[in-house]
Design a binder for this molecule. Structure first.
Ligand code: FES
Ligand code: FES
Length: 212
């Protein structure tokens, strides 16, 4: 035996012997064999992909609306707004889609004579209710008095907001036939006009008082 081996087998000072270098190497080799064995295990089987949840088919309901005096029965996706039903299903494009979020008033219609923002309400809610759009105001060739007042007072420029302004004015004058000058601006403030034709719009509403 060499001097080196003799040194390894000699007990340490104090007499307590730790694991010998030989024992350490033996354990290390055994651990390495274990890892090699683990590498030889069959690969884990991948979990099958989770199928995406399919959206349920849209729920539809049959609704009959009384639009400008005519009964219109529609199969409606319950999510259809009154504005989309009027424009895309019935073909009445007078109500305009300005903001589609209740901020501009371009989509104003009357429901049972009261002003409503058609972009904010579901059409299916109006079963059996009377809906009036700008197309329903004139009597044949005869303009509604509020329409005539808008023409006479130049209550528009580009005209985009005009159907909503006129329908809103009809609703206001039905609620308050003698609305004061001071209240007109306030009570028409839900209808925006990008052309700022407000002086003409307000003059038209003043002129039409008592005629809606
Ligand atoms: S489109 Fe309805 S409020 Fe603007
Ligand atoms: S007339 Fe142009 S937005 Fe009112």
């Amino acid at each position: 035996m060499s001097d080196r081996n003799a040194t390894e087998d000699r007990p340490p000072p104090g007499g307590k012997r730790g694991p010998s270098r030989r024992a350490f190497l033996t354990h290390s080799l055994a651990a390495g064999a274990g890892l090699a064995g683990a590498a030889a295990l069959p690969a884990l089987v991948a979990a099958p992909p989770i199928a995406p949840t399919e959206a349920p088919p849209p729920e539809t309901v049959k609704s009959t609306l009384l639009v400008n005096g005519q009964a219109r029965t529609l199969d409606l996706d319950v999510r259809t707004s009154l504005l989309d039903a009027l424009r895309d299903r019935i073909g009445l494009t007078g109500p305009k889609k300005g903001c589609n979020q209740g901020a501009c008033g371009a989509c104003t219609v009357l429901v049972d004579g009261q002003r409503a923002l058609s972009c904010l309400t579901f059409a299916a809610m109006y079963e059996g209710r009377a809906v009036t759009t700008i197309e329903g105001l004139a009597n044949g060739d005869q303009l509604h008095p509020v329409q005539r007042a808008f023409v006479e007072q130049d209550g528009f420029q580009c005209g985009f907001c005009t159907p909503g302004q006129i329908v809103s004015a009809v609703g206001l004058l039905t609620e308050q036939p003698n609305v004061s000058d001071a209240d007109i601006a306030e009570l028409m403030s839900g209808n925006l006009c990008r052309c700022a034709a407000y002086p003409g719009i307000h003059a038209a509403v003043r002129d039409a008082r008592g005629q809606a």
